[in-house]
Design a protein around this ligand. Structure first.
Ligand code: F6R
Length: 599
């Protein structure tokens, strides 16, 4: 039991990792709780030292602090006053202070600063009032405002775990003589591939041989069991030292898979659904809303959609989308992009759009995630589980989908003729080989990383369709190596940032052969003449950039509009190696988590 929970937590550690804990129900119906500040490895060590009794049920949690500092007391599970109820929680309870005050007035004493502890005490109170477990749970969850996925252990029901979902993902794994509950699929993959995805405002009662789902009014619901396609090994590192490296290396395979899936007889198939096709043809404006790396993919998407489909595109941070009086009408389509499908900023952006009566198309990796489920249309990017906190293969897969979408829509609208489409499909088919050719140069990139890994700041520059590549390259480096890195549009340097440049600055410039090559070359020269050390990402055989660069990384020649899928890969590898050389925890950088389910 203990090891099942720990292995599950290890697979979820990418979601948060400042403290962890576990609660087990022993054969005498007593709950044992062990909590630890630090990583799952620290918890595991303590569990080995403590030698806990055999257990019949258990829950565990890895935390990314929102309410209350990172201390053992604030780690989950949190328990009630009687020690009979233990709860783990993802999300935020917005009205916890008000509930805490109410419970304190009734004599409850709190051990932590968390919002989660309030839930345990509230349930304790309602169990006393109601005497019935389901009714007490229903009453509790209806008092909570905010987002929550809960797993609850109660020593009066020792063979049972209760799960609750509201705006934070939760799934049930249906095993042989065992039931599992988790916030994400990788946690249960070694046990079962049969899952039930809980919907919002659902409660599940699990026993070793079955599960029952209720809504927030306590009415029973029937749920479908789905067979998932992922294998346990998809969520393992395999021979790679880090998930990030494994995922960088998976990019040719992911693109190949998507080519097989979405291109048939030389034609893109994304808009096979006639309704989706009609909707896209009818819209005269797209707003892409996303966060972080997914937003950068959206920025590339803007160039692609405007070029091929001639639809004006705006790209906004989901976290800012909420704060604007965006001018929209029913011919505006919202496109949400998200790897996890659970990013709360993006989910809220989607809901805002839907509340205004707009249609939403989402480009998502995780099947059946909240964003996928709440959108009118979904296109999956099929990247497989992405575990490293720094997003890599999802980014190139998102751009691939946006490229295909732009081409297909452009073709349907008559802006892309058959010959042009044929040219692009041929270029696209070569992407997996070209990606592999870049990966063969990993040793060279590692050598470059060696040269610059002690620098304390980096600048990343790009122009045109590779401007977002510069932003993404800088994000990759800063988030995993903690080096200050800034991405800029190369042409903007002369409007201020050039003042920063001296011989202490490595400047990564992305300048493959495109229509903005000469202009970007001039920008590179501006940096070179100020003493900046240029690390240039260029098309194979480019002698001109070589002359002014300290280091060169070559990528295979491709059409301008496909270059972002190739040009980011050396920057992912550069960030990976630099972070590794600086001794950083590549897969789990400090202060951030893989899935941000808070606003
Ligand atoms: C950076 C990174 C984040 C995510 C962002 C959005 O490497 O992974 O910036 O891109 O948090 O996440 P999703 O795509 O899951 O919505």
């Amino acid at each position: 039991m203990e090891s099942t929970i720990v292995v599950g937590l290890e697979r979820l550690e990418y979601r948060g990792y400042d403290s962890a804990g576990i609660a087990l129900m022993d054969d005498e119906n007593k709950i044992f709780t062990v909590r630890k500040v630090g990583r799952i490895a620290d918890l595991k060590k303590t569990l080995e030292e403590r030698q806990l009794p055999p257990a019949r049920a258990g829950i565990g949690h890895t935390r990314w602090a929102t309410h209350g500092k990172v201390t053992e007391n604030n780690a989950h599970p949190q328990v009630d006053s009687s020690g009979k109820i233990a709860i783990v929680h993802n999300g935020i309870i917005e009205n916890y202070l008000e509930l805490r005050k109410e419970l304190e007035e009734k004599g409850h004493r709190f051990d932590s600063e968390t919002d989660t502890e309030v839930i345990a005490h509230l349930l304790e109170e309602y169990l006393k009032e109601e005497g019935d477990y389901l009714r007490a749970i229903v009453k509790t969850v209806n008092r909570l405002e905010g987002t929550f996925a809960l797993a609850i252990l109660n020593s009066d029901y020792p063979d049972m775990i209760v799960g609750v979902r509201k705006d934070s993902p939760l799934i049930v794994g249906v095993g042989e003589g065992e039931m599992l509950l988790a916030s994400d699929i990788p946690a249960i993959l070694t046990h079962t591939k049969r899952v039930v995805i809980l919907d919002n405002e659902e409660i599940v009662f699990l026993t070793p041989d079955g599960f029952t789902v209720y809504d927030f009014q306590g009415n029973k619901k029937t749920k479908e069991i789905k067979e998932i396609e992922w294998d346990a090994q998809d969520a393992d590192k395999g021979p790679y030292p880090h998930f990030m490296l494994k995922e960088i290396y998976e990019q040719p395979k992911v693109i190949e898979y998507n080519i097989q899936k979405y291109i048939r007889d030389g034609e893109p198939l994304l808009l096979k659904d006639l309704n989706l096709r009609k909707i896209l043809l009818n819209k005269n404006r797209f707003i892409i809303q996303a966060a972080g790396t997914s937003l950068h993919a959206g920025l590339v998407g803007r160039y692609l959609i405007e070029r091929f489909a001639k639809v004006p595109v705006e790209v906004v941070y989901s976290s800012e989308f909420h704060h604007r009086e965006t001018i929209i009408d029913d011919r505006t389509l919202i496109i949400s992009i998200s790897q996890s499908g659970e990013t709360m900023d993006t989910l809220e952006g989607l809901r805002l759009a839907k509340n205004k009566g707009l249609e939403v198309l989402s480009i998502v990796n995780v099947v059946d995630s909240s964003i996928a489920r709440e959108s009118d249309y979904v296109i999956y990017i099929n990247a497989g589980p992405e575990i490293g906190v720094a997003s890599t293969k999802a980014y190139t897969a998102q751009i691939f989908i946006l490229l295909l979408l732009a081409l297909e829509l452009g073709h349907l609208k008559g802006f892309v003729d058959n010959d042009e489409l044929k040219h692009y499909i041929e270029e696209i088919r070569q992407l997996p080989y070209k990606l592999n050719a870049i990966l063969y140069r990993d040793a060279h990139i590692q050598h470059i990383a060696e040269k610059y890994h002690k620098s304390n700041h980096f600048m990343f520059l790009g122009r045109g369709i590779n401007y977002p590549t510069a932003l993404e390259g800088a994000l990759k480096l800063k988030e995993i190596s903690y080096i200050h890195a800034t991405g800029y549009a190369a042409g903007e340097m002369k409007h201020g940032p050039l003042a920063l440049i001296d011989s202490s600055w490595p400047v990564v410039i992305v300048n493959p052969k495109t229509s903005v090559y000469e202009k970007t070359f001039s920008n590179a020269n501006e940096v070179y003449t100020r003493g900046g050390k240029l690390i240039s990402v260029v098309t194979e055989g480019d002698e001109k950039m070589k002359d002014i660069s300290e280091s060169i990384i070559e990528i295979p020649q491709t059409d301008e509009y496909l270059t972002p899928i190739l040009s980011i890969v050396p920057l992912q590898l550069l960030a990976y190696h630099i972070a590794n050389m600086r001794g950083c925890d590549v897969d789990k950088p400090r202060n951030i988590a893989k899935v941000i389910t808070v606003l």
